[in-house]
Design a protein around this ligand. Structure first.
Ligand code: NDP
Length: 433
């Protein structure tokens, strides 16, 4: 904490991992001898830069850009870019730190990194977003590359932003280096299923967790928070597997729709016009909008927090326990506070952490990198099948590792330990670098 002052989210993410590692350090003293934990907590490189741009009124605007290249023991740094006014170094470092273990858990050759800016895309025109992205890339380009660091999207960065970023990278470098960014459009080097992958992967993980308990998704009530990329495709796959998604949200409040979320309408409102969930309620008789409030008050069997960090607190967790929720699976990164996690586990709710649950996004990014490297493009069915197999193997690895380290059924211990040992072993092999 003294070394990284004021970075509350980073401290929270580190503490959460360290709390799982006691049994590992007991069994593997060589990790302590090599100072693996202290080295893991120190990013290999942190870049902070000025992002000046001109708005539609001709005024100069200024934002701050970040890229934290955390760990490259397993492969090039890999992790998204977030554009949101709350972004500062502590957020980027928490996300980058988590990314190391998540990426390791996928079993694919990718290191961990994350980036972003305090730029707020809300209310900005396409032309403003483009000028911002061009300015951001004008600095970032010198730090990234298909063998170095491969960014992707995150909150506020979707297909549109990746397009503007890639366009500027291509222009500055005079290289059509498809593998430098993932989340690209299908016609210019993107992969089928990348857009859907984090949400679909989240539901594939839940399916495995239910199956391990002799259950399935058919007829289950599901609440999904957020209405962005992850939330929309988690809703789509949950519905396709027979569940009923009854609530959705954004930062202004939540909507309950007892008839089940009409996904075509939600996509039209969100993707087409970048609208609000209140617009959804206004256009659908079976739905009502609650301004502010907690979406977790809506009774459900399965809760999928898919919006942002620390969105599910201890009160929300208590409501979920009271209402008989079976499983909470994190589609977002660190959406559940440590107190809430405790309440859920003490209340007998199965808790599955984001590192494992939402790893389908980065795994499919790695599949995009494979296709770019071989100048190939796979079908939707084939790519979705690969994603489904990856999620099933992540689920199995979490359970096996939890068993091995004396915490049967504990997905948090399983994910943290499996991710950690994979990276730590590579760091040992590479020496003190
Ligand atoms: P989007 O920008 O597409 O959507 C974010 C959604 O969350 C929006 O509905 C937004 O509402 C809502 N939201 C954001 N901040 C808040 C807040 N403070 N309170 C309430 N709601 C909020 O982002 P993604 O769907 O891509 O990302 C969602 C989460 O999933 C993040 O934690 C991200 O790190 C994680 N993730 C994303 C991956 C990906 O592939 N995209 C991969 C792995 C994890 P509003 O529009 O009102 O801001």
């Amino acid at each position: 904490i003294r070394r990284n002052p004021g970075e509350a989210e980073f401290h929270q993410a580190v503490r959460e991992v360290l709390e799982s590692l006691g049994p590992v350090l007991g069994k593997r003293p060589e990790y302590a001898d090599a100072e693996i934990i202290r080295r893991l907590c120190e990013p290999e490189r942190q870049i902070i830069f000025r992002v000046p741009w001109v708005d539609d009124a001709g005024r100069v605007q200024l934002n701050r850009g970040f890229r934290v290249e955390f760990n490259s023991a397993l492969g090039p740094y890999k992790g998204g870019i977030r554009f949101h006014p709350s972004v500062y170094l502590g957020i980027v470092k928490f996300l980058g730190f988590e990314q190391i273990f998540k990426n390791a858990l996928t079993g694919m050759p990718i290191g961990g990194g994350k980036g972003g800016s305090d730029f707020d895309p809300k209310g900005r025109s396409d032309a403003e977003v483009m000028r911002f992205c061009q300015s951001f890339m004008t600095e970032l380009y010198r730090h990234i590359g298909e063998h170095t660091d491969v960014p992707a999207g995150d909150i506020g960065v979707g297909g549109r932003e990746i397009g503007y970023l890639f366009g500027q990278y291509k222009r500055i470098t005079n290289r059509y280096e498809s593998g430098v960014l993932t989340g690209k459009g299908i016609t210019w080097g993107g992969s089928q299923v990348r857009t859907e992958s984090t949400g679909y992967g989240t539901v594939f993980f839940v399916k495995e967790a239910l199956a391990a308990r002799g259950m399935d998704l058919e007829g289950r009530r599901v609440v999904v928070s957020g209405s962005g990329n992850v939330a929309i495709y988690a809703t789509e796959k949950a519905q396709a597997l027979g569940a009923k998604v009854v609530a959705t949200s954004d930062s202004s409040g939540y909507v309950v729709d007892e008839a089940g979320i009409d996904l075509d309408l939600l996509k039209e409102i969100k993707n087409g016009h970048r609208g609000r969930v209140s617009d959804y309620a206004a256009r659908r008789d079976s739905a009502h909008f609650v301004a502010g409030g907690s979406i977790w008050d809506v009774p459900c069997d399965i809760a999928l927090p898919c919006a942002t960090q620390n969105e599910l607190d201890a009160d929300a967790a208590a409501a979920l326990v009271r209402n008989g929720c079976l499983i909470v699976a994190e589609g977002a990164n660190m959406p559940t506070t440590p107190e809430a996690t405790r309440v859920l586990r003490e209340g007998g709710v199965v808790f599955a952490p984001g590192k494992a649950v939402n790893a389908g996004g980065v795994a499919t990014s790695a599949l995009e990198m494979q296709q770019n490297a071989s100048r190939d493009s796979w079908s939707f069915e084939h790519t979705e099948q690969r994603l489904s197999e990856i999620m099933s193997s992540i689920h199995a690895r979490c359970l096996e590792t939890a068993d091995e380290y004396g915490a049967p059924g504990d997905y948090v211990a399983g994910a943290n330990i499996a991710g950690f040992t994979h990276v730590a072993d590579a760091m040992l092999a590479l020496g003190v670098i």
